[in-house]
Design a protein around this ligand. Structure first.
Ligand code: UDP
Ligand code: MG
Length: 138
């Protein structure tokens, strides 16, 4: 059954001009892009989006990174989209991510890892609603 997930191309990947390469990989992997936009998150928005991590030692640095430049947010549709997108991204730490994964090829370290993906169907629904209204889906 087709499902949707939220992807974010993070500021490091945009700064390095990898936006197009990452979108091409998404399409080549069989995802349909149902919505997409570029925006710059405010600190309040980034703190709210990553609220689950607010007690973690990396939280302040993560919010600083995610607000350091624009991001591209995408609603991706595919069968098993949540797991499929996490597989295409690779593991969180770009230093551990295999070549051929987006984080392995375009990320730098555990923070600057090129992209975000929802970790469950439930969180995908919440995260998609964080960025997109119903009218924005194509
Ligand atoms: N992150 C970090 N240090 C860590 C773990 C995570 O800076 O030790 C950042 C990284 O950008 C990661 C984000 O926080 O993508 C969210 O962390 P999470 O554990 O949810 O990883 P993800 O779901 O993105 O793989
Ligand atoms: Mg996560």
């Amino acid at each position: 059954m087709s499902e949707m997930t939220l992807a974010i191309i993070k500021p490091d990947a945009i700064e390095a001009n990898n936006t197009g390469h990452i979108i091409q990989r998404i399409l080549d992997d069989g995802f349909k892009i149902r919505a997409m936009k570029m925006l710059r998150m405010s600190a309040t928005e980034a703190e709210s989006f990553y609220a689950v991590h607010r007690e973690r030692p990396f939280f302040a640095s993560l919010v600083h990174f995610m607000t350091s430049g624009p991001v591209v947010v995408l609603a991706l549709e595919k069968e098993n989209a949540v797991a499929e997108w996490r597989k295409l991204m690779g593991p969180t730490n770009s230093k551990d991510a295999p070549k051929g994964t987006i984080r392995g090829d375009f990320g730098t370290d555990v923070e600057r890892n090129a992209c975000h993906g929802s970790d469950s169907r439930e969180n995908a629904t919440i995260e998609l609603a964080f960025f997109f209204s119903k009218l924005e889906y194509c």
